[in-house]
Design a protein around this ligand. Structure first.
Ligand SMILES: Nc1nc2c(ncn2[C@@H]2O[C@H](COP(=O)(O)OP(=O)(O)OP(=O)(O)O)[C@@H](O)[C@H]2O)c(=O)[nH]1
Length: 787
């Protein structure tokens, strides 16, 4: 007899003990205590009451029928069921809506019990023939299927043996917790049982599978609750050959899933970026005007720095404490009461690196052209960069104070680059200025504000900050320091930010005037401390909501970067061949041979294959007659091979592709050279380089002459170590008087191999004998190295 107590039932059903006791009193007419053991019939009543509380509208008819049947069978313990069920039905009506709210997996019991009810009901309906069929909703949330494996097994095996549903009902028994656990351990489901259970589950309700963009076949099988073999078979029947470890795309996977009658849902993978970085579009209503961001570009020495300085100085008001206290890579000036942000990085290099890293920072470019010099190569470059970035160009014709100034010539030249001056009917403002005399600078600034107004630059200050790192450096005392330009949102002191692969909290925020600030809105440049490493100029930064996730994201980014670098380096070339061999990265050197005639191709092929040694096998994967073409390069790239050309040249496309993909191409006209070079590369002997490494220094403190041995210098090792056999320079008064080798090395009476710093020893040289007290021995070796 299984002991299942009131408290166990309460715990399993997720209701209070009191509720169970009340049910028993009400429907079974018995008064029980928490620790009292329940009869199976009582359990049935409890489960029926609790289960039906959850969903069903009306049980009157059902229980009327059931009661009749029970009467016939005269089961006394069930007699009062109709009454209690009526009462319960009322109760249940009130609670119907609460059905879905029960959160814990205790719901699982009612769920399973519901199924039992369903089965029982079907049976009774069958028996009382004319009665209308009712559908009982057996859905429940969070069913802990695992807990009911045993039950499913029983169901499955019973149904497979063709037993009646009555038996199934009887099978369902509840044991107390310890027994359940024991049972699970004792009875691990066998493979056949598992398959039966899965088959049954599939039959009972169609599976819904979530499929991402790409999925591994074995994972798909798992999600479909099918075996890999079944999935592979279905795929095969659909005309796709796959194995367990293959990755298939969403479309293929969903077709296979449909074959299993599964409902397919697209799995949306939420990246950490999406979780912590707010990249939503701004609502027009939240946008406010922001200052334009201006960069100054132009040819070397045309006056970029002078113009930036002149603008900065003329805008520092007398009252501003200390004037310009520091340089932070960007500054703001006020023009007619409106702020303008200048990036203090003249030259288009910074501009293009930022663009190359995906940062669109600037709105307006001031193109500085010296009036006496006109358009020069870098001016043209600057024009192209500005155009490519889609920024508005304002031309500052500088050095107007100079005698040879010819602004008209500059304008004329500009037209050649599709920059038509405004006064000539175009849309490029050209302002004559002089950084030296400050003439025209106000006009230039005014033009900047006018152009900015036309552009209607806007941002939303009320969101997490996003922007770009303008420049960054490491300060000994303060750690990594970065000048950042906020482009949207507002950056606050204490915000967690992530910039490229660095992360941290904004500790100190300083504006362009050296003042500490606590927040910076759109178009405001600030210098910040608090990042854990120095970011790179052009890195995009984001204020994020979760520091822990931000750190995980940085780890991911670092790993991706490493992989990128690693992948870029793994191409085999003759130069890195030996290193890769040493690392065990290549066991086979793949070569493609192209030659002018078949005879040479064959000869080269055979000679190369003979070079195979214990470490590496030389494998000519393709040899043919003719020029090196595109497909040779593609083959080399795909199979990590090098190309050997004998009396042939690559065609233009092949040369370009090889260059781009890093395929090593070696061209020879003498077979011997070819074989020799590859052999040397395999031995790591390709033009080895040497360097001198100083091992240590010793000082001669007394000279001992021994007849049969020669002169021995009683010495003291001042630094490093002295090795027997190493080369040595004898230095007297700073001059090298001999270059020799150490022939003997003694510690007391013993000959030793080496003597370390702080010890005394006797040193005998190979040839040089004329030693004196105070001589210094510089001991060194020559080592080979590779770049
Ligand atoms: N006469 C005159 N000389 C100027 C003017 N503007 C700049 N210069 C001089 O031109 C030279 C170059 O000026 P920079 O401001 O260093 O030019 P830059 O374009 O920043 O040069 P790089 O930083 O080398 O690319 C300096 O000797 C300035 O004194 C000007 O308006 N008039």
């Amino acid at each position: 007899m299984i002991k299942y107590k009131v408290k166990d039932a309460a715990a399993d059903l997720g209701v209070s003990n009191k509720e169970i006791i009340e049910i028993l009193e009400k429907h079974c007419g018995v008064t029980k205590k928490t620790m009292t053991t329940l009869e199976e019939s009582e359990l049935d009543v409890i489960f029926d009451v609790i289960t039906k509380k959850n969903k069903v509208e009306n049980f009157d008819e059902y229980f009327a029928a059931r009661n009749n049947k029970l009467d016939n069978e005269s089961k006394p313990q069930q007699e009062d069921k109709p009454a209690k069920q009526n009462a319960k039905a009322d109760n249940q009506k009130k609670k119907t809506d609460k059905n879905d709210k029960k959160p814990n997996n205790k719901d699982a019991k009612p769920a399973s019990k519901q199924e039992k009810v369903e089965v029982t009901q079907e049976k009774s309906v069958e028996e009382s023939a004319p009665r209308k069929r009712r559908v009982i909703d057996t859905r429940a949330t969070n069913v802990d299927v695992e807990r009911y494996n045993q039950k499913y097994d029983d169901l499955a095996s019973d149904s497979s043996k063709g037993r009646s549903t009555d038996n199934i009902v009887k099978k369902q028994k509840f044991t107390n917790r310890t027994q359940r656990q024991k049972g699970r351990r004792q009875k691990r489901e066998t493979e056949q049982e598992r398959l039966n259970r899965i088959a049954l589950e599939r039959k009972q309700k169609p599976i819904t599978v979530q499929i991402p963009d790409e999925i591994v076949v074995s994972e798909l099988a798992l999600r479909l609750k099918a075996t890999v073999a079944e999935v592979v078979k279905k795929a095969f029947l659909m005309g796709t050959m796959v194995t367990a470890t293959d990755t298939i795309d969403f479309d293929t996977a969903s077709l296979i899933a449909m074959e299993f009658h599964a409902k397919v849902e697209k799995e949306v993978v939420v990246t950490i970026e999406e979780q912590i970085i707010d990249d939503s579009e701004d609502d027009e209503a939240n946008l406010v005007e922001r200052a334009p961001v201006v960069v100054v570009m132009g040819h070397v020495d045309h006056g970029k720095t002078s113009i930036l300085d002149a603008i900065r100085h003329s805008n520092v008001t007398a009252g501003e404490a200390g004037g310009i206290t520091q340089h932070i890579g960007a500054y703001r000036v006020m023009v007619n009461g409106k702020p303008v942000t200048f990036l203090d990085t003249p030259g288009h290099e910074a501009f293009t690196t930022m663009r190359a890293r995906g940062a669109q920072v600037t709105d307006i470019a001031i193109l500085v052209v010296a009036a006496d010099d006109g358009i020069m190569p870098q001016t043209v470059e600057a024009i192209h960069h500005a155009k490519a970035a889609g920024v508005s160009v304002i031309v500052a014709i500088n050095k107007m104070d100079k005698v040879g100034a010819n602004p008209e010539n500059v304008k004329q030249q500009l037209t050649e680059y599709e920059l038509i001056p405004e006064e000539w009917g175009g849309d490029t403002p050209c302002i004559p200025v002089s950084a030296k005399t400050k003439e025209g600078l106000d006009d230039l600034l005014e033009m900047v504000t006018l152009v900015a107004e036309m552009k209607e630059l806007k941002a939303n200050p009320d969101r997490a900050a996003k922007g770009t790192v303008i420049e960054a450096r490491l300060d000994k005392g303060r750690g990594p320091i970065a000048t950042v330009l906020v482009q949207n949102g507002t950056l606050h002191k204490g915000d967690t930010i992530i910039a490229g692969t660095s992360v941290g909290r904004v500790r100190v925020m300083t504006n362009d005037k050296g003042e500490r600030v606590t927040e910076a809105g759109p178009s405001v440049p600030v210098e910040i401390t608090g990042l854990d490493e120095v970011p790179v100029g052009g890195d995009i930064f984001d204020a994020v909501s979760d520091e822990r996730l931000a750190r995980t994201l940085v780890d991911q980014r670092k790993a991706a970067k490493k992989e990128e670098i690693f992948n870029a380096q793994t191409k085999v070339t003759l130069d890195n061949l030996f290193d890769q061999m040493k690392l065990g990265e290549i066991k086979e050197l793949q070569i493609i041979v192209k030659a002018d005639v078949q005879g040479s191709a064959e000869a080269v092929k055979q000679s190369l294959e003979k070079l195979s040694n214990d470490e590496v096998r030389v494998n000519v994967i393709h040899s043919a007659v003719g020029a090196i073409n595109e497909s040779d390069v593609m083959l080399a790239e795909a199979s990590n091979a090098i190309i050997v050309g004998f009396n042939v040249r690559p065609d233009a496309v092949a040369a370009e592709n090889a260059e781009r993909s890093g395929v090593d191409m070696r061209l020879y006209s003498i077979i011997y050279d070819c074989i020799n070079e590859i052999e040397s590369a395999m031995k790591g002997m390709l033009a080895p380089k040497t360097r001198e490494v100083v091992l240590g220094m010793a000082e001669c403190r007394n000279v001992i002459k021994i007849k049969s041995v020669g002169t021995i210098a009683g010495s003291y090792v001042k630094s490093g170590k002295i090795q027997r056999g190493a080369s040595v320079r004898v230095i007297r008064d700073g001059i090298v008087i001999a270059d020799d080798a150490i022939a003997s090395l003694q510690r007391f009476k013993d000959a030793v191999k080496e003597v370390s710093e702080g010890y005394e020893c006797g040193i005998g040289l190979e040839r040089f004998n004329d030693l004196k007290e105070g001589d210094m021995f510089e001991v060194y070796t020559i080592e080979e190295y590779r770049d």
